[in-house]
Design a protein around this ligand. Structure first.
Ligand code: FES
Length: 463
């Protein structure tokens, strides 16, 4: 039998990780479609109601179908009923876990946190390691040696993908990890993206998972029935089919090592049921470009960027007509990938223009007062340095470093809420009046700079 050797080492500790850094592919500046700031602010606004409504419908559907499962157990009818129950329980949890992890589904932080923890358990995924791995996935999307969620490597593991319909490989891997962490361990690879302060939480949460698993198994033995397992643990396997169906469309067989989400993500139109289960993640190019936009605003964002992004796929059929042959071809030729074509109306990568500023005793004229609306932020560059300039709701102006302390991301693309600036990449928060961190993953405070207003101009003291 002919064995195909991978062209690249996909591990996070291998030579490709170093190469990615040397080539400037790690924590890099990614292309974003220019959208007027006012419109972007509208799109980034969160509301509680859409996610509360969808969560009520979701839980009601789980209870109703679960009830049906009890009555049809054990008959042929229980097969389709539990396939639906599993999709609601596990596959829908994948997108709830995802949106709440970004902190964008609900306006209230605690609601995002509660659903995040619940959905993590339901989809057989540990909340802390996955939160951090997903942040890395957004920082270094499909960058070899950097992205821990790069699932479709070249050549692809075709057998593993087929087994993914029931999450066989992935689920067993997760269970092994849960028991490994419950034993008080964190792996060397995980240590590359999970901060040390979070390691005790990894162990504690894994122990909670194991306790619930043991209680479920004891209940099954006591009842002499398989049913408790069908409701609690096994949906993470038999209910993963919809998660695979939707999730594979995101990046499979697309380009690696490019700094443009238009080339390594797919946007695929989907039917209303899949859209509900998937919480609109079919707008995947849009989500990766602007992860701060909540799922209910993605269709509107899609309209804004349509002219600048490759043609969306009309549905599952069109997407899989491309993905399946491409994966097959990659299994023979690992250099092959699907090239996305930008429409003629698309923008090239934005050129950054140098600005001239008047400097006097370290004070730099940064902007006119009228250029920064109240409750907003703009970017201001001076030579190689970059700053964020805020107009607070108290009417005062503030300035901080322009880049988030967690990654090389401009805070001017973020959302201002009161005194808080939320980073557009992983939703970390700072108080821009004093630079203090307010929400993980950011750990390091921002540097702030004195600001004054004279003759309707805003000056920042940068030296
Ligand atoms: Fe990660 Fe800002 S780059 S929170």
């Amino acid at each position: 039998m002919k064995t195909i050797t991978p062209l690249k080492d996909y591990s996070l500790l291998g030579p490709e990780a170093k190469r990615a850094e040397e080539r400037g592919l790690s924590s890099a500046d990614w292309y974003m479609t220019p959208i007027p700031r006012e419109r972007m602010k509208e799109l980034m606004q969160r509301r509680n109601w859409p996610a509360i409504r969808d969560t009520i419908i979701w839980f009601a559907a789980i209870i109703a179908v679960g009830w049906l499962g009890y009555y049809t157990w054990i008959s042929w009818w229980s097969i389709p009923v539990f396939l639906i129950y599993g999709a609601l329980f596990a596959s829908a949890s994948d997108s709830r876990w995802h949106e709440c992890g970004h902190g964008t589904a609900f306006k209230s932080k605690w609601m995002n946190d509660v659903i995040y923890e619940m959905a993590s358990f339901m989809v057989l995924r540990e909340s802390v390691p996955w939160r951090w791995s997903h942040q890395r996935h957004h920082t270094d999307t499909i960058i070899v040696g950097r992205d821990p969620e790069l699932l479709f490597q070249r050549p692809p593991d075709l057998k593993g993908i087929v087994m993914g319909v029931f999450n066989i490989k992935g689920g067993i891997h997760e269970l092994k990890n849960i028991f490994y962490h419950a034993g008080g361990n964190v792996s060397e690879v995980e240590k590359t993206y999970i901060p040390e302060s979070e390691w005790p939480k990894v162990v504690r949460n894994a122990r909670i998972f194991v306790t619930i698993y043991i209680a479920t198994i004891v209940a099954a033995l006591w009842m002499k029935s398989f049913l408790p397992l069908m409701y609690i643990i096994l949906p993470g396997f038999y209910g993963a089919w919809h998660m695979l169906l939707t999730g594979m469309t995101q990046h499979a067989a697309l380009a690696e090592d490019v700094l443009d989400h238009r080339l390594n993500c797919r946007t695929v139109y989907m039917n209303p049921i899949s859209s509900f289960l998937y919480w609109n993640m079919q707008y995947h190019v849009e989500h990766h470009m602007f992860p701060m936009v909540p799922y209910y605003n993605l269709p509107a964002l899609h309209k804004e960027v349509l002219y600048d992004t490759p043609r969306p796929y009309s549905g599952f059929w069109e997407a899989y007509k491309e993905i399946i042959p491409a994966l097959w071809r990659q299994s023979k030729d690992p250099t092959y990938f699907v090239e996305r074509t930008l429409p003629p109306s698309a923008h090239p990568i934005l050129e950054k223009t140098a600005q001239e500023h008047k400097v006097h005793e370290g004070w730099v004229e940064a902007a006119k007062v009228t250029e920064i609306p109240e409750g907003d932020v703009i970017r201001f560059d001076y030579g190689p340095r970059t700053f964020a300039l805020y107009h607070g709701n108290d009417g005062k102006f503030y300035a901080t470093d322009g880049l988030c302390t967690h990654g090389r991301v401009h805070l001017s693309g973020g959302l201002v809420m009161g005194n808080i600036i939320e980073c557009p990449k992983h939703n970390g928060c700072f108080d821009f009046t004093n630079g203090e961190t307010k929400r993980p993953p950011v750990k390091k405070n921002l540097t702030t700079f004195p600001v004054k207003v004279e003759d309707d101009k805003v000056f920042v003291q940068i030296a």
